[in-house]
Design a protein around this ligand. Structure first.
Ligand code: AGP
Length: 608
């Protein structure tokens, strides 16, 4: 996700927009830019890197214009660079656009525009919007934008200014947040309230499908052609909380962002009617999938847990043998890489030293490398033949949450894509797999709404000093991930374990002081998990049961029960992990831990 800020009013616009960009930097920080109308002429400044790079470019300029747009980027299409930084412009250079979202059909539109003579300067999907507006600008800016919105598919929060109509900012929103801040002789627009909270606490949240027109003294909002009478909302946050947009911690904010992050990761890649999965990234490298005989997944920490789930998904759906290895182990074990092997590296940051080294080790045997990354242009993405980007947006909390669930979505898409490429899937099967995926977003939202229920459970157990997490099948990696989350943020010892292994030793640990989190997910192993619960209860243990198969029997057995929505078995890990993230979060908060920056940890481990 990216950050947008716009200002129109009686003050100098650039200082306000720069300040707003710094407030939004947590939303994306690989490049940034500003455009300002100076005496009717558009001036544009852009820079790769942090906002301060942009500031260095601007500080010698004497910019007094009263209308400007700013953007801080989290790259999804096109590497981080000055050319790809927003604002983007058209051939005439008389208008600029800033955009947050993904234009799914940008390639087809760009091809058409180039054939009509448009010249592009960037690799982004956003630039297409500027050229499409240019083609329609004779209708006036508002009508031109309305026409363009009818031609693009995907998600957008966007703002436009133009030399032709220098007294207004036109904005539009669909599936990406955009908020208008109301002022006296001035108005603001931003991706998040923090962008302008120092100047306005009266805000209007644009709805999907709405367009807005901001002048210095007036704001109008339209649903289609019809003007909507709006009521502003008063913001009560203090500025300290503002970057977390009202959440106490980034970790909780990012847990709650997961439905949107999942939706953005799916966007443009799964066709619901046909069940087709489109991974454009393999276009020039389709041979990788056709010749794929064995996949080696390598990663660290949470990403390694995602790889374990990926093994189940890819072997089950695509029938390809998969092995999963810690990157630090793979890089030193002189791995066997035969001709049909492909290495799949999973990394949120794309900078983890061990994972990077594992790639280098595979390269010695000329092994093709595919990576699943969340940061465009990161070191691991640059070392890969193919990069499958998750679109989770910046993950600021050290404990990885939305990165994990979007990695699982990406692995699910990859499994289906491999199966389709190898002809293993009937269309009806593909359609069902994709429909289940589409339904996931709403189910994840339902789980987020259980926050208070999980908080109550956390209050019962936060003083315990040891936890066990048990699962079977795909529930086992989720048990590992739940334990890691608790360890990381609450400093409580927690161990994830395959439930069937309890009788081979760990059951000796069970007593009333060792709460056991049990993932009893539907499937062939469900009954066995009930058996594990019985074993624990009969030894005086306490169980927190997480299940998608509620029954009077399981309700009676559990000391505490967390029921998650039904989904297909392959997708259950994506839902099951969310309550475990929340449990770890609330226990850590109750213990007074530094949730976003736990002791001894770093967000990205760039050393061995
Ligand atoms: C997870 O919560 C941790 N922050 C850590 O285990 C992390 O997953 C690991 O360091 C790998 O990071 P990466 O995904 O950026 O490569």
């Amino acid at each position: 996700m990216c950050g947008i800020i716009g200002y129109i009013g009686h003050r100098k616009a650039v200082p306000i927009v720069l300040e707003g960009l710094k407030k939004l930097e947590y939303r994306g920080y690989d490049s940034s830019g500003i455009a300002v109308l100076e005496d009717g002429a558009l001036k544009r400044f852009r820079a790769e890197g942090k906002i301060r790079k942009l500031e260095e470019k601007i500080h010698k300029e004497n910019l007094s214009g009263n209308i400007a747009l700013g953007h801080t980027r989290w790259a999804t299409h096109g590497r981080p660079s000055e050319e790809n930084a927003h604002p983007h412009t058209d051939c005439s250079k008389r208008l600029v656009v800033v955009h947050n979202g993904i234009i799914e059909n940008y390639l087809a539109l760009k091809t058409q525009l180039i054939s009509e003579g448009h010249r592009f300067e960037s690799e982004t999907d956003t630039e297409v919007i500027a050229h499409l507006i240019e083609d329609n600008v004779s209708k006036g800016l508002l009508e031109a934008l309305r026409t363009v919105l009818g031609e693009i598919n995907g998600s957008y929060a966007l703002a436009v200014i133009s030399e032709d109509e220098p007294d207004k900012i036109i904005v539009a929103r669909s599936k990406s947040p955009l908020i208008i801040g109301l002022g006296k002789d001035e108005n603001f627009v931003g991706s998040d309230v923090p962008a302008f909270l120092n100047y306005s606490r009266q805000v209007v949240y644009l709805e999907d499908g709405e367009v807005g027109v901001l002048t210095k003294n007036e704001v109008k909002v339209y649903k289609g052609e019809v003007e909507r009478k709006f009521r502003s909302v008063s913001i009560k946050w203090d500025s300290a909380m503002s970057e977390k947009t009202g959440f106490d911690h980034f970790m909780l904010k990012e847990i709650c962002e997961q439905p949107r992050a999942i939706e953005e990761t799916i966007r443009g890649r799964a066709e619901i009617d046909t069940g087709r999965i489109y991974l454009e990234e393999f276009k020039q490298k389709h041979v990788l999938i056709e010749k794929l005989e064995r996949l080696v997944i390598t990663a660290c920490g949470t990403s390694w847990h995602a790889g374990l789930v990926g093994k189940y998904l890819i072997e089950d759906i695509a029938r390809i043998p998969v092995e999963v290895d810690y990157a630090a182990e793979f890089r030193y074990r002189n791995p066997i890489i035969d001709p049909g092997t492909v290495l799949l590296a999973i990394s949120q940051s794309g900078e983890t030293a061990d994972t990077l080294a594992a790639i280098e080790e595979a390269r010695k045997s000329r092994c093709p490398v595919v990576s699943i990354c969340n940061v465009v242009g990161s070191s691991i993405s640059r070392e890969s033949d193919v990069v499958l980007y998750t679109h989770a947006g910046p993950e600021i909390g050290v404990a990885s949450t939305k990165a994990f669930t979007t990695q699982l979505v990406m692995l699910y898409l990859l499994a289906i894509n491999i199966a389709q490429t190898k002809g293993f899937l009937k269309q009806a099967e593909s359609i069902e797999l994709v429909q289940n995926l589409r339904l996931l977003v709403k189910k994840a939202d339902e789980l987020i709404d259980k926050k208070e229920e999980i908080q109550r459970i956390a209050r019962k157990y936060y003083q315990n000093r040891n936890f066990l997490y048990l699962g079977r099948g795909k529930g086992f990696p989720v048990a590992l991930e739940g334990a890691l989350k608790l360890k990381e943020v609450s400093y409580i010892h927690a161990e994830g374990y395959p439930a069937a292994e309890m009788k081979h030793g760990p059951i000796a640990l069970i007593d009333k002081n060792m709460p056991v989190v049990v993932l009893a997910l539907k499937g062939r192993r469900y009954e066995k998990m009930l058996g594990n619960i019985e074993e624990i209860k009969s030894r005086g243990g306490r169980v927190i049961v997480l299940t998608d198969e509620e029954s009077p029997e399981i309700r009676k057995m559990a000391d505490d029960l967390i029921v998650i929505p039904h989904t297909s078995i392959p997708l259950s890990p994506i839902l099951a992990v969310i309550p475990l993230q929340l449990l770890a979060y609330y226990i850590a908060v109750l213990k007074g831990c530094d949730v976003d920056q736990p002791r001894n940890l770093a967000k990205s481990v760039t050393v061995e």
